[in-house]
Design a protein around this ligand. Structure first.
Ligand code: ADP
Ligand code: ASP
Ligand code: MG
Length: 617
């Protein structure tokens, strides 16, 4: 007998018939001897409908009232599902988030869970009832009791958090696709189902746009070792297991806010190669990294961003022993990258920097918790460390700094995040060791050997660029501190490699991406402080798409980046920005080319299967 949490998403409970089908499935699971907590979403597109209503009344509705409104959707489903269960003879009781005691921060519309009371819920279970809990909602404990919601898609997070709190044997997420696929089957019907994926990979995919799981649900599964499976609510197929290594023991208090950083890491065996002033046109990155792959040079971080004057800077890091080879490739290719219309003035120039180190913080939910990266930058600023390059991902934030600053940076970060530093000798970049916590079935889940597990598209991002930011310690801390204070998540942070001296001060451009809904606020907040901090203009571009490949096995595979860039080049898709981490490569392209970019990359990595998925509507 197992204690199971089952979650059913909007489409799975979208009609009376669907609710009855869910009741049948739940009852079957109970009859097989299991105890069940069932978490449900609002029916079908109810939440979208409520948002639309609110927007008809106000362009900027009050966040408390939004929570009051949106939480009603789930309340309808819990009552109907309980009735459906009772109707077929299965004792059941519905409970709202507040009735269970899902206690959250007071942060309306995006509250994180602090802890979950389990007494009342477990008492009902012991009495033989199925407890049907409203997903996506909680109650704040500070001051007045207030209804909160966890953010769109948050029912997954409710389910996994409940599973962690009651120490369920596993958590099943039932949805309208057969499991986690190599990409969104609505955009690529040939996407292939995976038997299993690691938590770190899924966390990244979810954060980069694969909305099949709410990223925070994966974060909780990873942190608490909750066995998690995504399955179709239409079939009995096994679905996809999200696997994790055995986590360290953690308290269930401050469930979603405690200790985001598990480790501080560093690597002094790094060198940087930058190509300045390469033309902004399709095929440049493909040419450069294609040649680099042919020479078998393994690059670590790659960044590219447009600079004032419409040319790009591309920079990458390699390990010191292969620097000479990397430099030779870059130097050989530079002339071919010169702007043909203006070969003299627009020379692509190669710049090498040897005395650098990479310092990283590793954990889960780094982008989802904007305060974490901001704290890293602030800590480095306080230690007087200037940041040359930044790489962000949900599981790691890395900064390239001067080698002489490495020890100071590591000490300051370890202190700030209360962590013992991991040395260079430790292998930190190997594929996450998989533990299959799966109860039977499925039998051993084979993990594909492809270095790229999935491709994701995020059409809801905007790009901000700040011109002429003084090149000194503390600037990233200021900038991202302001955004973190307003809970704005930042990804793909790129500082231009070129430095311009303006009035005796060296200056660089900084570009980054934020969720589109935060774009204008971010622009306004940063424009307010620009003059005081000596920054130039703050430019916003909302017509972008971010396409990303994810895979823990990409490390040590020189050709992966080249293949992605080549696929885009072949279809004349210009790459506006590139940012990588060990587990992902993201490119920003024009919004109207986003879907095409996703499709051609998915094909290039041969991820398509023979079967086509039709998603129910
Ligand atoms: P639910 O209402 O059940 O929570 P969602 O709509 O939130 O369902 O998530 C399921 C949807 O996620 C699918 O219909 C699919 O279009 C989309 N999706 C995006 N990326 C992926 C992926 N890699 N694998 C599976 N589904 C994906
Ligand atoms: N009903 C909420 C939404 O549509 C939560 C969820 O379904 O996960 O965002
Ligand atoms: Mg969902």
């Amino acid at each position: 007998m197992a204690l199971i949490v089952q979650k059913f998403g909007g489409t799975s409970v979208g009609s009376v018939e669907r609710i009855q089908a869910v009741a049948q499935r739940v009852s079957k699971t109970v009859k097989a001897g299991n105890s069940l907590v069932v978490v449900v979403s609002a029916m079908g597109k109810t939440t979208d409908g409520l948002v639309k209503l609110a927007n008809e009344i106000s362009q900027n509705p009050n966040r408390r009232e939004m929570d009051m409104l949106l939480s009603t959707g789930e309340q309808v489903t819990i009552a109907l599902l309980s009735m459906a269960l009772q109707e077929i003879g299965q004792p059941a009781i519905s409970m709202t988030g507040a009735q269970v005691g899902i206690v959250t921060e007071a942060e309306h519309t995006r509250a994180r869970i602090l802890h979950i009371e389990t007494n009342r819920l477990l008492r009902h279970i012991r009495e033989g009832k199925v407890v049907v809990v409203a997903g996506f909602q909680g109650i704040s404990s500070t001051g007045e009791l207030e209804i909160t919601t966890l953010g769109r898609g948050g029912s997954d997070t409710s389910a996994v958090a409940l599973a962690a709190a009651i120490q369920a044997d596993f958590c099943e997420i039932y949805t309208d696709v057969p499991g986690i696929l190599t990409t969104d089957p609505r955009l690529v019907p040939e996407a292939q189902l995976m038997d299993a994926i690691t938590c770190n990979e899924m966390l990244e995919l979810a954060s980069l746009g694969a909305k099949v799981l709410h990223p925070r649900s994966v974060e909780i599964a990873r942190n608490y070792g909750v066995p998690l499976v995504v399955r179709s609510s239409w079939t009995d197929d096994p679905g996809t297991w999200v696997t994790s290594s055995k986590p360290q023991e953690r308290s269930l208090i401050n469930l979603e806010i405690a200790r985001p950083v598990d480790a501080v890491e560093f690597d002094t065996n790094q060198a940087k190669v930058a190509l300045l002033r390469v033309p902004d046109k399709p095929g440049v990155a493909a040419k450069l990294f294609g040649e680099i792959a042919r020479q078998n040079v393994d690059v670590d971080l790659i960044i590219q961003s447009i600079h004032e004057g419409n040319s790009n800077d591309i920079a990458f890091t390699v390990t010191t022993p292969i620097l000479k080879r990397a430099e030779a490739v870059a130097a050989a290719i530079a002339p071919a990258l010169r702007n043909p219309s203006n070969p003299k003035s627009d020379e692509a120039e190669v710049m090498i920097e040897q005395d650098i180190a990479k310092v990283s913080i590793a954990g889960a939910g780094m982008i989802g918790r904007p305060g974490v990266a901001a704290k890293m930058f602030a800590t480095l600023a306080e230690a007087g460390v200037n940041i040359q390059m930044i790489s962000t991902s949900e599981v790691k934030v890395s900064c390239v700094v001067d080698a002489v600053d490495c020890d100071r940076a590591v000490a300051a970060l370890s202190n700030a995040f209360e962590i013992a530093a991991k040395g260079e000798t430790e292998e930190t970049t190997t594929r996450e060791q998989e533990v299959f916590p799966c109860p039977p079935p499925p039998a051993p889940c084979p993990v594909s050997s492809s270095p790229v597990r999935g491709v994701a598209l995020d059409m809801n991002q905007a790009r901000l660029a700040i011109r002429q930011v003084p090149d000194k310690a503390g600037m990233a801390a200021k900038l991202f501190g302001i955004l973190a204070q307003h809970n704005i998540s930042v990804d793909m942070i790129i500082q231009s490699q070129r430095c311009r001296i303006i009035d005796g001060v060296p200056k660089r451009d900084i570009a980054f991406t934020v969720p589109r809904m935060d774009g204008e606020t971010a622009q306004r907040l940063l424009t307010q402080v620009a003059a005081e901090l000596g920054w130039g203009e703050v430019v916003l571009d909302s017509a972008i798409a971010k396409v990303s490949i994810v895979g823990a096995g990409m490390v040590g595979q020189p050709g992966v980046a080249a293949k992605m860039f080549e696929a885009l080049a072949q279809h004349q898709i210009n790459i506006q920005m590139i940012a990588t981490s060990e587990i992902k490569i993201s490119c920003v392209v024009a919004q109207e080319q986003g879907v095409k970019a996703l499709q051609v990359i998915h094909t290039a990595f041969e991820l398509a299967g023979s079967e086509k998925f039709v998603v129910p509507v």
